[in-house]
Write a protein of this length. Structure first.
Lengths: 403, 112
């Protein structure tokens, strides 16, 4: 009898302890993963997949994009299709994911791009070579003024079949587009033709000294006028002239108290060209608020002192107090995003963007503010737009615009 | 023989009771959400910054570590006396609850 009681007790205890030790999934997490109101989860999933694929030879990456419903779409090549689908589905867990069939892996398209680049080097007025991950094609930008000639010459080029054979893609999988060439001016040149993100600007600071900083991004205000956003602390205030090869515009909006972003809006003077790109050929196609970028996301900063630096988000909604003479809120700034990218004096205002895929499109996240120890801080774009009463950032598709 | 079984049974039951107690202790201790705590501290700091300064408490950074649910606070100077004062104000006057806290000494940020 005792033996029986003892056995039952010990078995019950073992069972109870096993249940206790099982990993628990909170209901909050389940709800979190079922919701997909913004693209944060899709970005996280994309990064998770990329981390998994890094060094994995069996699974072929064949492109990915986030669609209008904020769902990550992943390309599948015929080779190892089912295995890839299975692995990526398991990585996605409860997150929504879609798959689409493509002909080429990303590696094949990259090789094709390199071969094409070597073959046509100097022959045509090419402005860019890109891979469209959504369409699974090679995209060649040609200067608009010589587009027809370039296309005719390419079609007449001898040995074209042999070229496509070496590239391992079909002729129909190259798209030619008309595209303006990107600027070749230096980031710190005093007079840029286009006022774009990441270039040097100067302005009188609150102490009356001329200060160098970095232009943030082109923008449309709520009245439909164009201008740009810059860091707020290097300018005295509303009415201050900002220079980029001479006066380019005056600070139009810049409140001093109850601020949540270190930013000022400069409406550009008549005839000054503003663009929705960032120095170095980075084209903006979207903007994401602070809540859409999770801790751990990889980002880039584009400043005049450090050029392009990369890092990850370490914290959000930070409040930082700055050294004396900081003009806002008696020294402190709230709602800053903390990250690990490197920065230096002069980078203030530099656009901070996402580093999401291999295309040259970037998503605008905010502008650089300052640093504390090894951590850098930026003001998020959504808060800047609200505080400065702006409609939206300029995107590269808006082209060059002026008031 | 029976005596050994009783001893073993007693030990097993003791382990079970202790395991249950341990779980109860863990679940009973509830910490405040770091994001809400940061907001409350920020508001308090905004309206009482001068009073805090007089106590030697100068906040140079505050915010949540969302991943670990920890409130991060940097003070310009930290010693045992200041730390004690700060924790008393934070837990008793500001939050009225416990929060996981990472308190460090750190200087002002540098606008660039």
């Amino acid at each position: 009898m005792f033996k029986l009681i003892l056995k039952v007790t010990v078995l019950s205890m073992l069972f109870g302890m096993m249940v206790y030790m099982l990993p628990k999934e909170s209901s909050a997490n389940s709800e979190l993963y079922l919701a997909n109101e913004d693209n944060t989860r899709a970005i996280e999933l994309y990064q998770k997949i990329m981390n998994y694929l890094d060094g994995n030879q069996e699974i072929k990456y064949a492109g990915a994009y986030i669609d209008e419903s904020n769902t990550l779409n992943v390309g599948l090549v015929p080779e190892n299709k089912e295995q890839t689908k299975e692995v990526i589905s398991s990585l996605a867990g409860n997150l929504p994911i879609k798959f689409y069939n493509v002909k080429y892996s990303f590696e094949v398209l990259e090789n094709a791009k390199e071969i094409f680049k070597k073959e046509v080097n100097g022959k045509y007025n090419i402005t860019s070579l890109d891979i469209s991950e959504k369409e699974n094609k090679l995209v060649i930008g040609l200067q608009p003024d010589s587009y027809s000639t370039s296309m005719r010459n390419f079609n007449l080029q001898k040995g074209k079949e042999e070229l496509f054979e070496r590239m391992q893609i079909d002729a129909e999988d190259i798209i030619f587009i008309e595209e303006e060439p990107l600027t070749t001016q230096a980031r710190t040149d005093s007079n840029q033709d286009e006022k774009l993100g990441g270039i040097r600007i100067t302005s009188p600071n609150p102490q009356g000294n001329t200060e160098e900083s970095t232009l943030g991004f082109g923008v449309i205000d709520t009245t439909g006028k164009y201008g740009f956003v810059m860091s707020g602390h290097p300018v005295k205030g509303v009415g201050t002239w900002v220079s980029q090869g001479g006066g380019v515009g005056q600070v139009t909006t810049d409140r001093l108290t109850n601020r949540k972003s270190d930013a000022a809006y400069v409406r550009t003077s008549s005839g000054k060209v503003v663009s929705g790109t960032i120095y170095g050929g980075y084209r903006i196609n979207a903007h994401y608020g602070w809540a859409n970028m999770p801790v751990g996301a990889e980002i880039m900063q584009h400043g005049i002192s450090t050029n392009v630096t990369t890092g990850t988000i370490t914290s959000r909604q930070k409040e930082v107090y700055f050294s004396s003479n900081y003009k806002y809120n008696s020294g402190g700034m709230t709602m800053l995003v903390e990250a690990t990218y490197k920065s230096a004096s002069g980078d203030s205002g530099g656009p901070v963007t996402g580093k999401i895929n291999s295309s040259v499109y970037v998503q605008l996240l905010g502008i650089h503010v300052g640093a504390k120890g090894s951590r850098a801080y930026y003001s998020p774009v959504d808060i800047i737009l609200t505080e400065l009463n702006l409609s939206r950032p300029l995107y590269s598709k808006d082209g060059n615009v002026k008031n | 023989m029976n005596s050994s079984y009783f001893k073993l049974l007693f030990v097993c039951l003791l382990v079970l009771v202790l395991t249950a107690c341990n779980e109860k202790t863990e679940t009973e201790k509830e910490y405040m959400d770091a994001v809400s705590a940061a907001k409350l501290l920020s508001e308090y700091n905004k309206s009482n910054r001068n009073e805090l300064k007089m106590e030697g408490i100068i906040i140079t950074m505050l915010g949540p570590d969302e991943i670990n649910n920890v409130l991060e606070v940097d003070l310009l100077k930290v010693n045992k006396k200041i730390e004690k004062k700060f924790k008393k104000i934070l837990f008793e006057d500001v939050l009225h609850q416990e929060v996981r806290l990472r308190l460090e000494q750190g200087g002002y940020g540098i606008p660039q």
